[in-house]
Design a protein around this ligand. Structure first.
Ligand code: C5P
Length: 238
């Protein structure tokens, strides 16, 4: 997995997601993200179907519950043989350690490579104002993201999901193999939708993101394949 451009398949059902993937000339080169919307509707079958098309998979279910429940759920996810999956760092160290143990146990049971586990620090839809006024967190957004990233690293998690804006800060304290994957990517001309901390693909690359997640700018484009190729070019700095 070197610097992937990951397409968020935020679709309501399997057929739409599979048809979307099949329009690409080389679906086997795609890295796709299956989130709650698609997974809650289509279940583990969609993972098998996307694998059959050759896609690499990021299963983004953002686990956040008591440690035992998360460990059991992570054990099931670990058996699916996906490349990446997520938990919320806000669940705390014990919960993240339980997730790591679950992923490894599931992978061993199914004889597949363990998924890399990424922790959500603060959602890219969260603003500084929301953090203080709605969530009653006194720390700045940057400090909160840093604290959660350090906690994730100390828990044995492989990396974080964070805005590219926070990547340079996270990289100053994290080990070199600690991954920073960034959603909240927009091209200049596009609307932000519900995202707040957004950057362009080129800026994400300059800030040191290890991978980017792009959903609506590609899935809602008039020509998704051309838009994907354009974003890939910008992300790869060509
Ligand atoms: O459509 P858009 O490009 O905004 O999609 C971004 C994707 O990344 C969504 O699937 C969203 O769930 C996910 N995500 C995010 N912010 C995070 C973690 C995940 O936007 N912190």
């Amino acid at each position: 997995m070197t610097h992937p451009l990951i397409i968020a398949l935020d679709f309501p059902e399997a057929k739409i997601a599979l048809d979307f993937v099949k329009q690409f000339p080389q679906p086997e080169e795609l890295f796709v993200k299956v989130g709650m919307e698609l997974y809650y509707h289509a279940g583990p079958l969609i993972i098998r179907e996307l694998k059959m098309l050759g896609c690499q998979i990021f299963l983004d279910l953002k686990l956040h519950d008591i440690p035992h429940t998360v460990e059991q759920a992570a054990t099931v996810i670990g058996q699916l043989g996906v490349e990446l999956t997520t938990i919320h760092a806000a669940g705390g160290q014990q919960m993240m350690q339980a997730a790591v143990a679950g992923i490894n146990a599931g992978a061993a049971k199914a004889n597949v490579a363990p998924a890399k586990l990424l922790a959500i620090t603060q959602l890219t839809s969260t603003s500084e104002q929301m953090l203080h006024h709605e969530l009653a967190v006194d720390a700045t957004l940057t400090d909160s993201v840093d604290q959660l990233a350090q906690l994730a690293a100390a828990s044995g998690v492989n990396g974080v999901i964070s805005s590219a804006l926070e990547v340079p800060h996270i990289k100053t304290t994290a080990s070199t193999d600690f991954l920073c994957i960034s959603p909240g990517i927009r091209l200049h001309s596009q609307s932000t939708d519900d995202q707040v901390r957004i950057v362009t693909p080129a800026v994400a690359q300059q800030l040191g993101s290890d991978g980017i997640v792009v959903g609506r700018p590609i899935t809602k484009a008039a020509n998704p394949v051309a838009t994907y190729q354009h974003i890939k070019m910008l992300w790869e700095g060509q």
